[in-house]
Design a protein around this ligand. Sequence first.
Ligand SMILES: Nc1ncnc2c1ncn2[C@@H]1O[C@H](COP(=O)(O)OP(=O)(O)O)[C@@H](O)[C@H]1O
Ligand SMILES: [Mg+2]
Length: 255
Amino acid sequence: MPAVWDDPAVDWAAFDLVVVRGTWDYVDRRDAFLAWARSVPRLLNAPGVLAWNTDKRYLAELADLGLPVIPTTFVAPGEPLTTPEAPELVVKPTVSAGSRDTRRHAAERPDEVAAHVAYLHAAGRTAMVQPYLRGVDTAGETALLYLGGRYSHAIRKGPLLAPGAPASSDLFVTEDISPREPSAAERETGDRVLAAVGELLAGEPELLYARVDLVPGPDGSPLVIEVELTEPSLFLDQAPHAPERLADAIAARVP
Ligand SMILES: Nc1ncnc2c1ncn2[C@@H]1O[C@H](COP(=O)(O)OP(=O)(O)O)[C@@H](O)[C@H]1O
Ligand SMILES: [Mg+2]
């Protein structure tokens, strides 16, 4: 039965298990969302997982473990802005989903980069600055889906940031999705990321679902753009039997 997380009429304790899906609107209310998550007796992914995953500073923890992550500079409010060397940059908030408030800037427009960062800081948000990886323009993004801890399927997501376009304020932007067979390097990277997340979140209940998003770096090898453990689009319609695999994984976790 679908229910809305901020609906006060829902008795969450009445469910054998609550599975998070499509809660895109937590971005503006992360504290309320995490407080709700902690109040649900049986929730997957678990509240501690959601807390870790809803702030993209987790990318630095993955990088520290040696995983190939897009080089990222985090700039909290009050901190000086330093930008990586690249012809184009991406600025986005650390708490974000659906490409909201995310934009691609030409490096020769440092004024635009600074204004975007200042806009995020004015709202008390930490900004992330990355090189724009042009491989995404042709190859797109590869998302690997893991259900019940096992690899299920992968999709291709087309590029989302047009040069010069303003940042989207919509809940999410429309995505161009198709099935994709991941390369061996992408599969290996996805598996390594999942293992590293398991290490970082040891003590938390096992993941019910996970999505690892990869884009080709300058030399073509895959770099992690995000790990989605919260409200992921799982693209179940893109692979035969993926819905059954999720249903089986959920059934296996019902207490
Ligand atoms: N460094 C980057 N290089 C190329 N494209 C990027 C980069 N960062 C973000 N994008 C584009 O913006 C989209 C949204 O960014 P992402 O980091 O996935 O945030 P979210 O999906 O949580 O909003 C990506 O799907 C990708 O198309
Ligand atoms: Mg994304």
